[in-house]
Ligand binder design. Structure first.
Ligand SMILES: [Mn+2]
Length: 472
């Protein structure tokens, strides 16, 4: 039995608002699928975030259909789950469309039973079925992305309850603490290692964008935990190369970051990494104590960056009077570098950026996780409010990530003191604001209960209760 395990494709993403990045993300997806088909796999897993958004454009859907037709023509089934980026609270999603076209099989909780050559299901409650994939005797279980407070509800571990006694493969799109170290999810993990259901021969994971694996001998689980990482370089932290000035000879050095991008081909549950050709991505850091020094060094490093690369150049240092990023754009204008952008951590006075920051750059992982929790169906949110509040309180008791608060980008408005030291980080208004949220919400809930003559049970502490409410 041989299969391919792909995750975090983010099809449709135009990173840095650059149309050529759309083609890059599509190109590595096509490459991965072609390589899987060529390796004659029995099936393909896509462990969440096939799409960058839950409502992809017609063009993105067309391109996905075109690529997914390659395995279908060979009779190779593709099993998917929805990730945090492409899940939807709507009745019908793009995955229903792909499934209808016979291009993918989505697994997890469904409103309707499924039965076919590659699918099986079991009724759990009224209008709720657990659907899994099957290839020969092998079962492929999984669940779309859920937030931690949806999965771990008081004494109920929804995953352990749903998949009790199941065998085969488990596909999830969640950050597991054990493998989240030194990733953006270190402090924003969804599950602890011990919260995973045991008994599976392979844990096909998605969500963490860097490649990570753990053997059963390390985890005590019955099979390996595997994150293939994203197919493209989605963040400067996934850079292929670093350019840094060495302290010794004050010359810039190019270092390979050894962060290959790709996916796994798994035979007898032993994963073998297969690389895809993601675009070179350079993370450059230039320090200086004057604008002239920074400009000289930018010119110096530009000759080390290949023309087809993306470069994120971070300016650092203390410069009297500050610098404006616009003052650097003329330097690389004729360099031919495919795309470059400057970021500033220069301390002085006003630092202006022409860049429009995306949500991804503006918020820390912890803040994004919080937003994700708030972005559910209002009905589901209000019903799960007490769990949400206890989750939040638990998170604050554990201590909110310190590191994640360091601002990455440059704000649009001038801000003199940013990035000076850890003290500034401590004072970050974003961090200070968050704890106010639960108290603000609580009164709303109490009001609601006053109006209702028969309040619902506060903590539905059973799997049945969990299945009856909200959407799968
Ligand atoms: Mn992702």
């Amino acid at each position: 039995m041989k299969f391919a395990h792909i995750a975090d494709v983010h099809l449709g993403r135009e990173q840095f608002n650059q149309p050529f990045r759309y083609d890059d993300y599509l190109g590595v997806f096509r490459e991965a699928i072609e390589k899987a088909v060529k390796a004659d796999v029995d099936f393909i897993l896509i462990a969440g975030d096939l799409f960058h958004v839950s409502r992809p454009s017609p063009r993105t859907i067309r391109d996905a259909v075109e690529v997914l037709e390659l395995p279908r023509r060979k009779g190779i089934p593709v099993f998917t789950i929805e990730g945090n980026h492409d899940k939807t609270i709507r009745e019908t999603s793009v995955f229903d469309l792909l499934e209808h076209l016979g291009l993918v099989y989505t697994i997890g909780l469904k409103r309707e039973p499924k039965k076919g050559e590659f699918q099986e299901s079991k009724k759990l409650s009224e209008n709720r079925y657990l659907v899994w994939g099957k290839v020969g005797d092998l079962e492929i279980h999984g669940l779309r992305h859920h937030t931690r407070w949806q999965l771990i509800r008081g004494d109920v571990n929804v995953l352990k309850a749903l998949f009790k006694g199941k065998r085969g493969i488990l596909m999830l799109h969640q950050a597991i603490d054990y493998l989240a170290k030194d990733t953006p999810y270190q402090d924003a993990f969804d599950l602890r290692l011990g919260e995973l259901p045991d008994g599976f021969s392979y844990y096909a994971l998605g969500h963490i964008h860097v490649r990570r694996t753990a053997e059963p001998s390390q985890t005590g689980l019955s099979g390996p935990l595997v994150y293939p990482g994203s197919l493209e370089r989605t963040d400067v932290r996934e850079a292929s190369h670093l350019i840094r000035y060495s302290a010794r000879d004050r010359k810039p050095k190019v270092m390979e970051n050894h962060e290959a991008k790709g996916f796994y081909i798994v035979e007898d549950f032993i994963p073998e990494f297969v690389e895809v050709h993601a675009r070179p991505f350079y993370s450059v850091r230039v320090e200086g104590s004057s604008k002239a020094e920074l400009r000289r060094k930018v010119e110096e490093v530009s000759s080390l960056i290949p023309r087809d690369a993306i470069a994120v150049i971070t300016l650092e240092g203390v410069v009297k009077g500050g610098v404006s990023l616009a003052e650097f754009n003329d330097l690389l204008k004729d360099s031919g570098i495919r795309y470059y952008t400057f970021r500033s951590r220069v301390v002085g006075e006003a630092v202006l950026s022409k860049e429009r920051l995306s949500e991804e750059e503006l918020f820390t992982e912890w803040e994004k996780e919080l937003l994700l929790h708030l972005r559910v169906d209002p009905k589901e949110f209000s019903e799960g409010l007490s769990e949400f509040v206890s989750w939040l309180i638990e998170r604050y008791r554990e201590g909110i990530p310190q590191k994640a608060v360091v601002p990455k980008g440059t704000p649009k408005i001038p801000e003199a003191k940013r990035g000076e030291s850890a003290e500034v980080v401590e004072k970050s208004p974003k961090k200070a604001k968050a704890p106010e949220k639960p108290p603000k919400m609580k009164p709303e809930k109490e009001k609601k209960h006053e109006k209702k003559p028969v309040p619902k049970p506060k903590n539905p502490a059973s799997l049945d209760a969990w299945l009856r409410r909200g959407k799968p």
